[in-house]
Design a protein around this ligand. Sequence first.
Ligand SMILES: C[S@@+](CC[C@H](N)C(=O)[O-])C[C@H]1O[C@@H](n2cnc3c(N)ncnc32)[C@H](O)[C@@H]1O
Length: 304
Amino acid sequence: MNEKMAQTFNRYRDIIPDYEGFLTALEQPLPVAIRVNILKIGPGPFRDLMTNQGYKLEPVRGIEEAFLLHGIEAPGATLEYFLGYYQIQGLTSMLPAKILDPRRGEIILDLCAAPGGKTTHIAQLMGDRGLVVANDFKPERTHVLRSHIDRLGILSVLVCCYHGQAFPLRRKFDRILLDPPCSAEGTYRAGLPPILSENPKVARHLVRVQKELLRQSLAVLRPGGTLVYSTCTYAPEENEAVVNEALKDGEAELLPISLPFPHSKGLTSWNDESYQPDMVKAVRFYPHQVNSWGFFIAHLRKRS
Ligand SMILES: C[S@@+](CC[C@H](N)C(=O)[O-])C[C@H]1O[C@@H](n2cnc3c(N)ncnc32)[C@H](O)[C@@H]1O
């Protein structure tokens, strides 16, 4: 690990349990995790199909449509991938859609949707019945989003391309996923370049955008509707602090999250800031606790 990353992670020494175990896990290869597209094939037949070709599939406790795929070099280059039988997706990235728990016939907004791992999971969980409005402000990223939607054979997603802060549709949504841009430190294990959150200018910009996007999301959520806020960073400034700000006026409340995976609770303080005591209902994932990448998830309900 280079000096800069070591410094970044060192900020979290006091909040990450078994910090040495965390550092060790960061250097372990990330397993290939896939989500079966149950709109096209069931997990059982998919497993047989792949096993017959010599692949080794390991089930994931708590996510029946997920497997770890062993002995594969290019999981995006199989016929089954092209046929839309599965999506490659980190295990922790599968949890926001599960926690959102969308139902058939509902109207859902995914405000920062590209490249679409979570959008397609939401549509799949709804049996492709209802409407998922998948928005992302970068047109070139929506091309990738559309290609996943086509490949997976999904019909219930409408793609649009607005700045989330000025999202124009005045329809109130039943559920919203907000997976905003973040410093992405949690994906270090996947070899992706993080945006270093200790760069104060970048960090301030990200936090401002995250707060604006969460405010706008709550504005277009129906009373009683639920929202999942997720990031792949460890930075409390982008996680608990953003959620805390949104809860201040009492318009929304945090919901408990029940999970099959080991995780840590949300923080109630960081440096000299305190957050609502309820913040323990949010969840943090560390790669030495769950064999995936780092993640933060909070589940909110807009009060009626
Ligand atoms: C973490 S990624 C989303 C990943 C996606 N949810 C998935 O599961 O594949 C954040 C996305 O937010 C988009 N984004 C950044 N700022 C935005 C804004 N102000 N409004 C809408 N989208 C934005 C980026 O283009 C990026 O695709």
